[in-house]
Write a protein that binds this ligand. Sequence first.
Ligand SMILES: Cc1ncc(COP(=O)(O)O)c(C=O)c1O
Length: 443
Amino acid sequence: MNEISAPRPNNLDAFWMPFTDNKYFKANPRLLYRAEGMSYFTPEGREVLDGTAGLWCCNAGHGRREITEAIQKQAALMDFAPTFNLGHPIAFEAAARVAEMTPDGIDRVFFTNSGSESADTALKIALAYHKARRESSRVRLVGRERGYHGVGFGGITVGGIGPNRKQFGALLPYADHLPHTHLPAKNAFSRGQPEHGAELADALEAIVALHGAETIAAVMVEPVAGSTGVLVPPLGYLQRLRELCTRHGILLIFDEVITGFGRLGTNFGSERLGVTPDIITMAKGLTNAAVPMGAVATSQTVYDTIVDGVAGGIELFHGYTYSGHPLASAAAVATLELHRAEDLPGRARAIEPYWQDAIHSLKDRPNVIDTRDFGLIGGIELAPRPGKPGTRAMDIFRRCFDAGVLVRVTGDIVALSPPLIVERPHVDRLIGTLADAITAEAA
Ligand SMILES: Cc1ncc(COP(=O)(O)O)c(C=O)c1O
């Protein structure tokens, strides 16, 4: 492939870019054209090391031949077929593969096309579950401050990132939020799970006391909050949340869109953290992002309650034209086979100590007020510039990109999540470039 012959857009106007400063970007475009292994390449052929697995999704690295060929083969065999009252073998195979990886007992799989759709699907399943149990008063949904569950109305209602909510009116009724778990005064520079904060889960008791357990359908949290800037759960926090949900008959939903598929060194984060929820949402790494796909895995009890709750006919009035799309299913089967064959979670586990040291080596750089890590995730929090929050990290992002390294920023936090095939020299280059950029932006 010759990047020099890459087509160049001559008009950037039409594409309204998501979560982007459109005016700035269109005046200062940064384009990616090709990807392979650990790297992107710009249209001019300049290599950019991927420190973020795209957007937390290309866990097996880019341009994996096995996945590409599976998609090509499936496209030639059957481009599309509905899954409403019909089926095709590859979708069932993809679901079975997912069920092999999820924790024991969480083995019924509903397909969506994204993390956002997975979040809204999970919330709808929770409501349908209680209705099927004749507990239709359970309509209240509980999320957490600083949580991110995509951009659907359900997801932003239980999500807790202010800017993602404030443009969009009243959202869904009957939602509450647990406090976030970020305690910098006690936990700054923690290695792995922070020590303090398990008791923050007890806020659920206050919500139960206020509204009554009989009104609450579900609690949805990310095991590790990523998009808000890498918040690692305090030791014991998720265990306590699990106990409280069980005690009050509330379904616990883990949004594993970024922690699924090896990111924490296990197939799902639940396994690493030792807590099994009732429902798991996923997307991203499911297909290595080669074709959009998400999924919701539920316990057999949740599935049976809804499916056996009606005598005949459709049991759940929910689904997408593309649920179990043949190309996405083929990509999922090939991706999950790669995970197994190459033991990608094992690779993540093996490099985690080196990664952890590298992340925390940034702690003495100027303006660094916290470094945190878990699995193959790193977060570096910077002191905001007075009166200009977010600009320091954004300038670091741009500086890194121009120096050949892709990082992600959210507010004044740099979030790192490389493909799980990352090796020590990549880590050195990623962290070295970031260290230089942090220092340069302090000047
Ligand atoms: C935890 C979590 N949930 C949901 C989503 C939304 O996924 P999507 O952008 O595919 O809709 C994301 C995306 O980053 C996420 O991190």
